[in-house]
Ligand binder design. Structure first.
Ligand code: SF4
Ligand code: SF4
Length: 447
Protein backbone atom coordinates (compact mmCIF):
# COMPACT_ATOMS: atom_id res chain seq x y z
CA UNK A 1 0.00 0.00 0.00
CA UNK A 2 1.47 3.39 -0.94
CA UNK A 3 1.45 6.21 1.61
CA UNK A 4 -1.01 8.16 -0.54
CA UNK A 5 -3.51 5.28 -0.28
CA UNK A 6 -3.23 5.14 3.51
CA UNK A 7 -6.01 6.64 5.54
CA UNK A 8 -5.94 7.16 9.31
CA UNK A 9 -9.23 5.61 10.37
CA UNK A 10 -12.31 4.72 8.43
CA UNK A 11 -14.72 7.36 7.21
CA UNK A 12 -17.58 4.91 6.70
CA UNK A 13 -20.01 3.71 9.35
CA UNK A 14 -18.67 0.66 11.19
CA UNK A 15 -20.01 -2.71 10.17
CA UNK A 16 -19.78 -6.02 11.95
CA UNK A 17 -18.96 -9.31 10.28
CA UNK A 18 -20.85 -12.46 11.27
CA UNK A 19 -18.91 -14.71 13.64
CA UNK A 20 -17.90 -17.77 11.68
CA UNK A 21 -17.82 -20.04 14.72
CA UNK A 22 -19.03 -23.21 13.00
CA UNK A 23 -16.06 -23.22 10.62
CA UNK A 24 -13.32 -25.60 11.92
CA UNK A 25 -10.78 -22.87 10.97
CA UNK A 26 -12.26 -20.71 13.75
CA UNK A 27 -10.47 -23.08 16.15
CA UNK A 28 -7.15 -23.15 14.28
CA UNK A 29 -4.78 -21.96 17.01
CA UNK A 30 -1.92 -21.11 14.69
CA UNK A 31 -4.11 -18.74 12.70
CA UNK A 32 -5.66 -17.35 15.86
CA UNK A 33 -2.25 -16.50 17.34
CA UNK A 34 -1.13 -14.95 14.05
CA UNK A 35 -4.26 -12.76 14.02
CA UNK A 36 -3.78 -11.82 17.66
CA UNK A 37 -0.20 -10.80 16.95
CA UNK A 38 -1.36 -8.66 13.99
CA UNK A 39 -4.10 -6.97 16.01
CA UNK A 40 -1.99 -6.53 19.15
CA UNK A 41 0.65 -4.84 17.03
CA UNK A 42 -1.88 -2.31 15.70
CA UNK A 43 -3.16 -1.71 19.24
CA UNK A 44 0.39 -1.25 20.54
CA UNK A 45 0.91 1.49 17.96
CA UNK A 46 -2.40 3.12 18.79
CA UNK A 47 -3.09 2.73 22.52
CA UNK A 48 -6.34 4.71 22.43
CA UNK A 49 -8.14 2.10 24.53
CA UNK A 50 -5.76 2.10 27.47
CA UNK A 51 -8.34 3.43 29.94
CA UNK A 52 -11.30 1.26 28.91
CA UNK A 53 -10.60 -1.98 30.76
CA UNK A 54 -7.67 -4.06 31.96
CA UNK A 55 -7.10 -5.98 28.70
CA UNK A 56 -5.25 -3.13 27.06
CA UNK A 57 -3.00 -2.16 30.01
CA UNK A 58 -2.16 -5.88 30.34
CA UNK A 59 -1.18 -6.03 26.66
CA UNK A 60 0.83 -2.82 26.76
CA UNK A 61 2.68 -3.91 29.93
CA UNK A 62 3.59 -7.20 28.23
CA UNK A 63 4.95 -5.30 25.23
CA UNK A 64 6.81 -2.68 27.27
CA UNK A 65 8.39 -5.29 29.53
CA UNK A 66 9.47 -7.56 26.65
CA UNK A 67 13.06 -7.65 25.34
CA UNK A 68 12.16 -6.06 22.02
CA UNK A 69 9.50 -3.70 23.44
CA UNK A 70 7.39 -4.80 20.47
CA UNK A 71 4.63 -7.41 20.20
CA UNK A 72 7.09 -9.92 18.70
CA UNK A 73 8.88 -9.93 22.07
CA UNK A 74 5.78 -11.12 23.96
CA UNK A 75 5.52 -14.84 24.69
CA UNK A 76 2.33 -16.12 23.03
CA UNK A 77 1.50 -18.03 26.23
CA UNK A 78 0.91 -14.61 27.83
CA UNK A 79 -1.76 -13.67 25.28
CA UNK A 80 -4.26 -15.50 27.49
CA UNK A 81 -3.87 -12.85 30.21
CA UNK A 82 -5.11 -10.21 27.73
CA UNK A 83 -8.07 -12.42 26.79
CA UNK A 84 -8.96 -13.13 30.42
CA UNK A 85 -9.42 -9.42 31.18
CA UNK A 86 -11.83 -8.90 28.29
CA UNK A 87 -15.49 -9.19 29.29
CA UNK A 88 -16.81 -8.40 25.80
CA UNK A 89 -18.33 -5.04 26.67
CA UNK A 90 -17.75 -3.99 23.03
CA UNK A 91 -16.80 -0.43 23.94
CA UNK A 92 -13.40 -0.52 22.22
CA UNK A 93 -15.08 -1.54 18.96
CA UNK A 94 -17.89 0.95 19.12
CA UNK A 95 -16.49 4.01 20.83
CA UNK A 96 -12.76 4.14 20.10
CA UNK A 97 -11.45 2.04 17.28
CA UNK A 98 -10.93 3.75 13.89
CA UNK A 99 -9.79 0.50 12.27
CA UNK A 100 -13.00 -1.50 12.46
CA UNK A 101 -14.53 -2.78 9.21
CA UNK A 102 -14.94 -1.45 6.55
CA UNK A 103 -11.40 -0.12 7.26
CA UNK A 104 -8.93 -2.40 5.48
CA UNK A 105 -7.25 -3.33 8.79
CA UNK A 106 -10.50 -5.07 9.66
CA UNK A 107 -9.97 -4.94 13.40
CA UNK A 108 -12.61 -6.34 15.74
CA UNK A 109 -10.92 -6.67 19.11
CA UNK A 110 -13.92 -8.02 21.09
CA UNK A 111 -14.72 -10.69 18.53
CA UNK A 112 -11.07 -11.74 18.41
CA UNK A 113 -11.17 -12.10 22.20
CA UNK A 114 -14.37 -14.12 21.83
CA UNK A 115 -12.65 -16.43 19.36
CA UNK A 116 -9.75 -16.90 21.79
CA UNK A 117 -12.22 -17.66 24.60
CA UNK A 118 -14.01 -20.19 22.36
CA UNK A 119 -10.69 -21.93 21.62
CA UNK A 120 -9.81 -21.98 25.32
CA UNK A 121 -13.23 -23.44 26.13
CA UNK A 122 -12.93 -26.08 23.42
CA UNK A 123 -9.54 -27.04 24.83
CA UNK A 124 -11.18 -27.66 28.22
CA UNK A 125 -9.47 -24.68 29.84
CA UNK A 126 -12.60 -23.09 31.38
CA UNK A 127 -12.47 -23.06 35.18
CA UNK A 128 -15.12 -24.90 37.21
CA UNK A 129 -15.95 -21.61 38.98
CA UNK A 130 -16.62 -19.91 35.64
CA UNK A 131 -18.77 -22.79 34.41
CA UNK A 132 -20.86 -22.54 37.58
CA UNK A 133 -21.17 -18.75 37.55
CA UNK A 134 -22.33 -18.73 33.94
CA UNK A 135 -24.93 -21.49 34.49
CA UNK A 136 -27.52 -18.95 35.57
CA UNK A 137 -30.54 -21.21 34.94
CA UNK A 138 -29.14 -24.19 36.84
CA UNK A 139 -27.86 -22.11 39.78
CA UNK A 140 -31.08 -20.06 39.85
CA UNK A 141 -33.33 -23.13 39.78
CA UNK A 142 -31.48 -24.58 42.74
CA UNK A 143 -30.88 -21.41 44.74
CA UNK A 144 -34.43 -20.21 44.11
CA UNK A 145 -36.08 -23.17 45.85
CA UNK A 146 -37.89 -21.79 49.02
CA UNK A 147 -35.67 -22.71 52.09
CA UNK A 148 -32.63 -23.17 49.79
CA UNK A 149 -32.93 -19.51 48.77
CA UNK A 150 -32.83 -18.50 52.45
CA UNK A 151 -29.78 -20.67 53.06
CA UNK A 152 -27.97 -19.35 49.97
CA UNK A 153 -28.76 -15.76 50.95
CA UNK A 154 -27.60 -16.36 54.52
CA UNK A 155 -24.37 -17.97 53.31
CA UNK A 156 -23.76 -15.05 50.97
CA UNK A 157 -23.99 -12.63 53.90
CA UNK A 158 -21.81 -14.67 56.25
CA UNK A 159 -18.18 -13.53 56.41
CA UNK A 160 -16.75 -16.94 57.27
CA UNK A 161 -18.75 -18.67 54.54
CA UNK A 162 -17.66 -16.04 52.04
CA UNK A 163 -14.02 -16.57 52.96
CA UNK A 164 -14.51 -20.29 52.34
CA UNK A 165 -16.15 -19.50 48.97
CA UNK A 166 -13.18 -17.31 48.13
CA UNK A 167 -10.64 -20.03 48.87
CA UNK A 168 -12.62 -22.95 47.44
CA UNK A 169 -14.31 -21.44 44.41
CA UNK A 170 -12.67 -18.08 43.75
CA UNK A 171 -15.64 -15.83 44.56
CA UNK A 172 -14.32 -12.65 46.14
CA UNK A 173 -15.57 -12.09 49.72
CA UNK A 174 -16.25 -8.37 49.14
CA UNK A 175 -18.20 -8.77 45.89
CA UNK A 176 -21.94 -8.20 46.11
CA UNK A 177 -23.58 -11.44 45.05
CA UNK A 178 -27.25 -11.30 44.18
CA UNK A 179 -29.98 -12.31 46.57
CA UNK A 180 -32.21 -15.20 45.44
CA UNK A 181 -35.99 -14.97 45.61
CA UNK A 182 -38.20 -18.04 45.70
CA UNK A 183 -41.12 -15.70 44.99
CA UNK A 184 -39.95 -15.15 41.45
CA UNK A 185 -41.13 -12.64 38.89
CA UNK A 186 -42.91 -15.52 37.12
CA UNK A 187 -44.94 -16.16 40.29
CA UNK A 188 -45.52 -12.47 41.04
CA UNK A 189 -46.74 -11.64 37.56
CA UNK A 190 -49.90 -13.67 38.17
CA UNK A 191 -51.24 -10.96 40.46
CA UNK A 192 -51.30 -8.41 37.63
CA UNK A 193 -54.68 -8.46 35.94
CA UNK A 194 -54.49 -7.93 32.18
CA UNK A 195 -55.08 -4.28 31.32
CA UNK A 196 -57.59 -3.12 28.82
CA UNK A 197 -55.21 -2.64 25.96
CA UNK A 198 -55.69 1.00 25.01
CA UNK A 199 -52.34 1.30 23.24
CA UNK A 200 -52.45 1.66 19.49
CA UNK A 201 -49.66 0.67 17.14
CA UNK A 202 -47.33 3.58 16.39
CA UNK A 203 -43.69 4.34 15.57
CA UNK A 204 -42.65 0.71 14.89
CA UNK A 205 -44.38 -0.44 18.11
CA UNK A 206 -47.50 -2.58 18.27
CA UNK A 207 -48.44 -1.49 21.80
CA UNK A 208 -48.47 -5.14 22.95
CA UNK A 209 -45.38 -6.38 24.75
CA UNK A 210 -43.98 -9.77 25.59
CA UNK A 211 -41.35 -9.49 28.26
CA UNK A 212 -38.34 -11.78 28.27
CA UNK A 213 -38.02 -11.85 32.06
CA UNK A 214 -34.27 -12.73 32.12
CA UNK A 215 -32.87 -15.11 34.73
CA UNK A 216 -31.57 -12.16 36.71
CA UNK A 217 -34.89 -10.32 37.04
CA UNK A 218 -36.84 -13.51 37.52
CA UNK A 219 -34.86 -14.84 40.48
CA UNK A 220 -32.64 -12.00 41.72
CA UNK A 221 -34.45 -8.71 41.09
CA UNK A 222 -38.14 -9.48 40.61
CA UNK A 223 -39.10 -6.03 41.98
CA UNK A 224 -37.52 -4.38 38.95
CA UNK A 225 -39.50 -6.61 36.60
CA UNK A 226 -42.69 -5.73 38.47
CA UNK A 227 -41.94 -2.02 38.16
CA UNK A 228 -41.52 -2.40 34.42
CA UNK A 229 -44.85 -4.22 34.17
CA UNK A 230 -46.53 -1.44 36.17
CA UNK A 231 -45.08 1.22 33.87
CA UNK A 232 -46.29 -0.50 30.75
CA UNK A 233 -49.74 -1.15 32.16
CA UNK A 234 -49.99 2.48 33.29
CA UNK A 235 -49.57 3.38 29.63
CA UNK A 236 -52.33 1.02 28.53
CA UNK A 237 -49.83 -1.46 27.08
CA UNK A 238 -50.74 -5.12 27.34
CA UNK A 239 -47.82 -7.06 28.77
CA UNK A 240 -47.14 -10.72 29.42
CA UNK A 241 -44.08 -12.85 30.01
CA UNK A 242 -42.82 -15.21 27.35
CA UNK A 243 -44.29 -18.60 28.30
CA UNK A 244 -40.96 -20.28 29.01
CA UNK A 245 -37.44 -19.07 28.67
CA UNK A 246 -33.83 -20.00 29.30
CA UNK A 247 -30.87 -17.69 29.85
CA UNK A 248 -30.28 -15.42 26.83
CA UNK A 249 -26.80 -16.98 26.52
CA UNK A 250 -24.68 -13.90 27.24
CA UNK A 251 -22.84 -15.43 30.26
CA UNK A 252 -21.99 -18.55 28.25
CA UNK A 253 -20.83 -16.39 25.35
CA UNK A 254 -18.47 -14.56 27.71
CA UNK A 255 -17.10 -17.97 28.66
CA UNK A 256 -16.60 -18.89 24.99
CA UNK A 257 -19.11 -21.75 25.24
CA UNK A 258 -20.84 -21.08 21.94
CA UNK A 259 -22.53 -24.47 21.84
CA UNK A 260 -24.34 -23.59 25.08
CA UNK A 261 -25.34 -20.29 23.46
CA UNK A 262 -26.80 -22.25 20.57
CA UNK A 263 -28.78 -24.49 22.92
CA UNK A 264 -30.33 -21.42 24.60
CA UNK A 265 -31.04 -19.89 21.22
CA UNK A 266 -32.83 -23.04 20.10
CA UNK A 267 -35.03 -22.94 23.17
CA UNK A 268 -35.83 -19.21 23.17
CA UNK A 269 -35.99 -18.11 19.56
CA UNK A 270 -38.87 -20.28 18.23
CA UNK A 271 -41.12 -19.11 21.08
CA UNK A 272 -40.14 -15.48 20.62
CA UNK A 273 -40.54 -15.65 16.84
CA UNK A 274 -44.02 -17.08 17.35
CA UNK A 275 -45.16 -14.16 19.54
CA UNK A 276 -43.72 -11.70 17.01
CA UNK A 277 -45.83 -13.39 14.31
CA UNK A 278 -48.82 -12.95 16.61
CA UNK A 279 -48.23 -9.18 16.70
CA UNK A 280 -46.28 -8.68 19.92
CA UNK A 281 -43.14 -6.61 20.49
CA UNK A 282 -40.46 -7.92 22.85
CA UNK A 283 -38.50 -6.22 25.61
CA UNK A 284 -36.17 -7.35 28.37
CA UNK A 285 -35.30 -5.44 31.54
CA UNK A 286 -31.52 -6.12 31.40
CA UNK A 287 -29.39 -4.36 28.72
CA UNK A 288 -27.01 -7.32 28.20
CA UNK A 289 -29.93 -9.63 27.42
CA UNK A 290 -31.41 -7.09 25.00
CA UNK A 291 -28.02 -6.81 23.29
CA UNK A 292 -27.84 -10.59 22.98
CA UNK A 293 -31.03 -10.65 20.89
CA UNK A 294 -30.37 -7.42 19.03
CA UNK A 295 -26.75 -7.98 18.11
CA UNK A 296 -24.93 -11.11 19.25
CA UNK A 297 -27.34 -13.86 18.20
CA UNK A 298 -27.80 -12.30 14.72
CA UNK A 299 -23.99 -12.26 14.31
CA UNK A 300 -23.61 -15.83 15.59
CA UNK A 301 -26.52 -17.18 13.51
CA UNK A 302 -26.70 -14.93 10.44
CA UNK A 303 -28.67 -17.44 8.37
CA UNK A 304 -31.42 -17.96 10.93
CA UNK A 305 -34.54 -16.13 9.76
CA UNK A 306 -36.29 -16.50 13.13
CA UNK A 307 -33.33 -14.83 14.86
CA UNK A 308 -33.70 -11.90 12.43
CA UNK A 309 -37.42 -11.70 13.09
CA UNK A 310 -36.86 -11.55 16.84
CA UNK A 311 -34.03 -9.02 16.41
CA UNK A 312 -36.34 -6.62 14.57
CA UNK A 313 -39.05 -6.82 17.23
CA UNK A 314 -36.73 -6.52 20.25
CA UNK A 315 -36.52 -3.20 22.11
CA UNK A 316 -34.75 -1.71 25.06
CA UNK A 317 -37.60 -0.72 27.46
CA UNK A 318 -36.84 3.02 27.38
CA UNK A 319 -36.31 2.93 23.64
CA UNK A 320 -39.82 1.50 23.52
CA UNK A 321 -41.30 4.14 25.83
CA UNK A 322 -39.60 6.93 23.87
CA UNK A 323 -41.02 5.64 20.59
CA UNK A 324 -44.46 5.71 22.19
CA UNK A 325 -43.81 9.24 23.44
CA UNK A 326 -42.79 10.44 19.96
CA UNK A 327 -46.23 9.43 18.77
CA UNK A 328 -47.90 11.15 21.74
CA UNK A 329 -48.77 7.80 23.32
CA UNK A 330 -46.86 8.02 26.58
CA UNK A 331 -48.60 9.24 29.67
CA UNK A 332 -46.97 12.34 31.17
CA UNK A 333 -49.34 12.63 34.17
CA UNK A 334 -46.42 12.71 36.59
CA UNK A 335 -47.19 13.10 40.29
CA UNK A 336 -43.67 13.40 41.71
CA UNK A 337 -40.46 15.02 40.54
CA UNK A 338 -37.19 13.08 40.79
CA UNK A 339 -34.72 15.84 41.70
CA UNK A 340 -31.03 15.32 40.91
CA UNK A 341 -30.27 11.89 39.49
CA UNK A 342 -26.90 10.40 38.53
CA UNK A 343 -27.49 8.03 35.66
CA UNK A 344 -24.89 5.39 34.82
CA UNK A 345 -25.22 4.18 31.22
CA UNK A 346 -24.20 0.50 31.03
CA UNK A 347 -21.78 -0.49 28.25
CA UNK A 348 -24.20 -3.06 26.80
CA UNK A 349 -26.80 -0.38 26.41
CA UNK A 350 -24.40 2.16 24.88
CA UNK A 351 -23.41 -0.30 22.19
CA UNK A 352 -27.04 -0.77 21.15
CA UNK A 353 -26.68 2.64 19.45
CA UNK A 354 -30.15 3.81 20.46
CA UNK A 355 -29.08 7.06 22.13
CA UNK A 356 -29.87 7.93 25.74
CA UNK A 357 -33.47 6.88 25.86
CA UNK A 358 -33.55 6.36 29.63
CA UNK A 359 -32.37 9.94 30.16
CA UNK A 360 -34.83 11.27 27.59
CA UNK A 361 -37.79 9.57 29.24
CA UNK A 362 -36.82 10.53 32.79
CA UNK A 363 -36.29 14.12 31.72
CA UNK A 364 -39.97 14.31 30.82
CA UNK A 365 -40.60 14.36 34.58
CA UNK A 366 -40.78 17.98 35.83
CA UNK A 367 -38.02 19.24 38.16
CA UNK A 368 -35.74 16.39 37.26
CA UNK A 369 -32.10 16.77 36.40
CA UNK A 370 -30.25 13.76 34.95
CA UNK A 371 -26.47 13.74 35.14
CA UNK A 372 -25.06 11.11 32.78
CA UNK A 373 -22.04 8.91 33.56
CA UNK A 374 -20.69 7.08 30.51
CA UNK A 375 -18.00 4.94 32.15
CA UNK A 376 -17.77 1.22 32.62
CA UNK A 377 -18.78 0.05 36.11
CA UNK A 378 -16.34 -2.86 35.85
CA UNK A 379 -18.96 -5.42 36.90
CA UNK A 380 -19.59 -6.97 33.53
CA UNK A 381 -21.47 -10.10 34.41
CA UNK A 382 -19.12 -12.21 36.46
CA UNK A 383 -15.81 -10.30 36.29
CA UNK A 384 -16.38 -8.36 39.54
CA UNK A 385 -17.20 -11.43 41.61
CA UNK A 386 -14.08 -13.36 40.65
CA UNK A 387 -11.44 -13.29 43.39
CA UNK A 388 -8.58 -12.47 41.02
CA UNK A 389 -10.39 -9.60 39.26
CA UNK A 390 -12.55 -8.02 41.96
CA UNK A 391 -10.03 -5.36 43.00
CA UNK A 392 -9.41 -4.40 39.37
CA UNK A 393 -13.13 -4.21 38.73
CA UNK A 394 -13.53 -1.83 41.67
CA UNK A 395 -10.68 0.28 40.28
CA UNK A 396 -12.48 0.46 36.91
CA UNK A 397 -15.61 1.59 38.78
CA UNK A 398 -13.85 4.29 40.79
CA UNK A 399 -14.46 7.20 38.34
CA UNK A 400 -18.20 6.37 38.38
CA UNK A 401 -18.24 6.25 42.17
CA UNK A 402 -16.29 9.50 42.47
CA UNK A 403 -18.63 11.30 40.13
CA UNK A 404 -21.65 10.25 42.18
CA UNK A 405 -19.92 11.24 45.44
CA UNK A 406 -19.15 14.70 44.07
CA UNK A 407 -22.64 15.24 42.68
CA UNK A 408 -24.54 14.74 45.97
CA UNK A 409 -27.62 13.45 44.21
CA UNK A 410 -31.11 12.45 45.32
CA UNK A 411 -30.85 9.15 43.43
CA UNK A 412 -28.29 7.17 41.46
CA UNK A 413 -29.43 4.68 38.88
CA UNK A 414 -28.17 2.31 36.23
CA UNK A 415 -30.17 0.37 33.65
CA UNK A 416 -28.06 -2.62 34.68
CA UNK A 417 -28.83 -3.80 38.23
CA UNK A 418 -25.44 -5.54 38.45
CA UNK A 419 -23.69 -2.27 37.62
CA UNK A 420 -25.89 -0.62 40.26
CA UNK A 421 -24.68 -3.15 42.85
CA UNK A 422 -21.08 -2.53 41.84
CA UNK A 423 -21.46 1.25 42.25
CA UNK A 424 -23.17 0.72 45.60
CA UNK A 425 -20.24 -1.47 46.65
CA UNK A 426 -17.83 1.31 45.66
CA UNK A 427 -19.76 3.99 47.56
CA UNK A 428 -20.13 1.92 50.74
CA UNK A 429 -22.18 4.68 52.39
CA UNK A 430 -25.36 2.74 53.06
CA UNK A 431 -27.08 4.17 49.98
CA UNK A 432 -28.68 1.96 47.35
CA UNK A 433 -28.64 2.09 43.58
CA UNK A 434 -32.12 2.25 42.09
CA UNK A 435 -33.61 1.09 38.86
CA UNK A 436 -34.85 3.67 36.35
CA UNK A 437 -38.08 1.64 36.19
CA UNK A 438 -38.55 2.18 39.93
CA UNK A 439 -37.86 5.90 39.56
CA UNK A 440 -40.35 6.28 36.73
CA UNK A 441 -42.96 4.37 38.76
CA UNK A 442 -42.30 6.84 41.57
CA UNK A 443 -42.75 9.76 39.17
CA UNK A 444 -46.12 8.32 38.12
CA UNK A 445 -47.04 7.76 41.77
CA UNK A 446 -47.26 4.01 41.27
CA UNK A 447 -45.10 2.99 44.24
S1 SF4 B 1 -14.57 -5.47 24.60
FE1 SF4 B 1 -14.53 -4.21 26.47
S2 SF4 B 1 -13.43 -5.49 27.96
FE2 SF4 B 1 -12.98 -6.33 25.91
S3 SF4 B 1 -11.11 -5.33 25.26
FE3 SF4 B 1 -12.80 -4.10 24.46
S4 SF4 B 1 -13.13 -2.49 26.03
FE4 SF4 B 1 -11.92 -4.14 26.97
S1 SF4 C 1 -8.86 -1.59 19.58
FE1 SF4 C 1 -8.52 -0.02 18.00
S2 SF4 C 1 -8.62 1.93 19.12
FE2 SF4 C 1 -8.32 0.32 20.66
S3 SF4 C 1 -6.10 0.25 20.96
FE3 SF4 C 1 -6.64 -1.30 19.41
S4 SF4 C 1 -6.37 -0.23 17.45
FE4 SF4 C 1 -6.47 1.34 19.04
Amino acid sequence: MSTSEYREGSLEAPTRHPINWKDPEFYNEEKLFAEMERVFDICHGCRRCVSLCNSFPTLFDLVDESDTMEVDGVDKKDYASVVDHCYLCDLCYLTKCPYVPPHEWNLDFPHLMLQAKAVQHKNGESKLRDRILTSTDKVGNLAGIPVVADVVNAVNKNKLARNILDKSLGVHPDAIVPEYHSNTLRKRVKKYKPVNNTAEACEKTTGKVVMFATCYCNRNKPDIGEDLIRLLQHNGIEVKLVEQEQCCGMPKMELGDLEAVERSKEFNIPQLAKVVEEGWDIIAPIPSCVLMFKQELPLLFPEDEQVKKVQEAFFDPFEYLMLRHKAGKLSTDFKNSLGNVSYHVPCHQRVQKIGMKTKEVLELVPDTNIDVIERCSGHDGTYAVKSEYHDISMKICRPVVNKIKQAQVDHYISDCPMAGDQIENGLKDGSHAESPFTLLCHAYGLN
